[in-house]
Design a binder for this molecule. Structure first.
Ligand code: MTE
Ligand code: MO
Length: 324
């Protein structure tokens, strides 16, 4: 039993006086949450995400859904990012992603489905029950964090479009809007935009695979992939594609941006695996954020990022060194 969000802000967040409006809404949502059994909603007060809005959500305890490891502080989650559309420095997304317009927003779903169509953000926000998942998140660059994401299973979204029996893969595309994305205009930009990712259909339907609309109790800040991104917690972070505008069901394995860039370094599967090193560095350990030169916070990387019990059956009989 969870609450659905009632209001998706219809005015651009840039036109909102952030704190007063936020406080008001927070009081309202808190009251709504208290009056509804099962709801735990109403976000904490983040300093790094003042233009995002509070969400109401439940907390389910499915297998692997709630790690009890300490969460990475919000400031680290929202100031150390990879979002190449806004630049390649870790600090670029927090500096420049405010230029992204996320309202209106829609996602086209097509390909091998019986009911192709378009989902508008308001339909998404009102049509799915939101839940919080506390996941480990491991970048291929060997840093990691623990984040309380808010979203709903991707399987629920796909079910509405009724994949046909020929569908075997799902491909995703990020918005490509150069006027708002300074990184795509840069001479040093190396990615063939739009940013593209993909999953096998059974991976996409796995209960841990989350369509994510928020973190730390509030809608996603732009640098984190607003308004809607994927989170696949057992795979390297680059699979978790941000700011999605298109989802297509296919019979063949889709090409991804990172494969086009360097297929020998970034595979289609990209499952977190301490026994398969990146050609240029070891994947045995990771730096858990916050991390610094003097306090690196180095920990051992776990197979499938610690989700082996949940996802190993997907890969039975697959050579994980060959299919990296
Ligand atoms: N569209 C898009 N999605 C993206 C990326 C990107 O550059 N563009 N970077 C990926 C990488 S490499 C990582 S590690 C995660 C980072 O997510 P975070 O900034 O929320 O930690 O987003 C992934 N999704
Ligand atoms: Mo990454």
């Amino acid at each position: 039993m969870s609450q659905r969000i009632r209001n998706w802000p219809i005015i651009p967040s840039s036109e909102i006086t952030p704190e007063p409006v936020w406080l008001q809404r927070r009081a309202f949502m808190k009251a709504a949450a208290l009056s509804a059994a099962g709801a735990v909603g109403a976000g904490v007060a983040p300093s790094g995400a003042s233009t995002s809005m509070p969400l109401t959500y439940s907390k389910t305890d499915c297998s692997g859904c709630q790690t009890d490891e300490p969460m990475t502080p919000l400031d680290d989650v929202t100031s150390y990012n990879n979002f190449y559309e806004f630049g390649t420095d870790k600090s670029d997304p927090a500096k420049y992603a405010h230029a992204l317009t996320t309202d209106p927003w829609s996602i086209e779903v097509g390909g091998l489905v019986k009911k192709p169509g378009t989902l508008h953000l308001e339909d998404i926000m009102s049509g799915f029950d939101l839940e919080e998942r506390i996941y480990r998140f491991r970048c291929v660059e060997a840093w990691s964090m623990v984040v309380p994401w808010i979203g709903f299973p991707l399987s629920e979204l796909l079910a509405r479009f009724e994949p046909t029996s020929d569908a075997r893969f799902v491909s995703f595309k990020t918005l490509y809007r150069p006027a708002e994305m300074r990184g795509t205009r840069s001479f040093t930009s190396v990615i063939d935009w739009p940013y593209r990712e993909g999953l096998r259909l059974d991976e996409a339907l796995h209960p841990l695979t989350l369509m994510t609309v928020g973190l730390y109790g509030r809608t996603l800040p732009n640098q984190s992939g607003a308004p809607l991104r994927l989170i696949v917690p057992w795979k390297y972070g680059f699979k978790s594609i941000k700011s999605i505008v298109s989802i297509e069901l296919t019979s063949r394995q889709p090409q991804t941006s990172w494969q086009s860039l360097a297929a020998n370094e970034y595979g289609f599967y990209s499952n977190v695996n301490p026994h398969v090193d990146h050609p240029r560095w070891s994947q045995r350990y990771e730096r858990r954020l916050p991390s610094s030169l003097f306090s690196p916070n180095r920990i051992a990387t776990q197979m499938f990022n610690g989700y082996e019990a949940q996802v190993a059956p997907l890969y039975e009989g697959l050579d994980l060194k060959k299919f990296y």
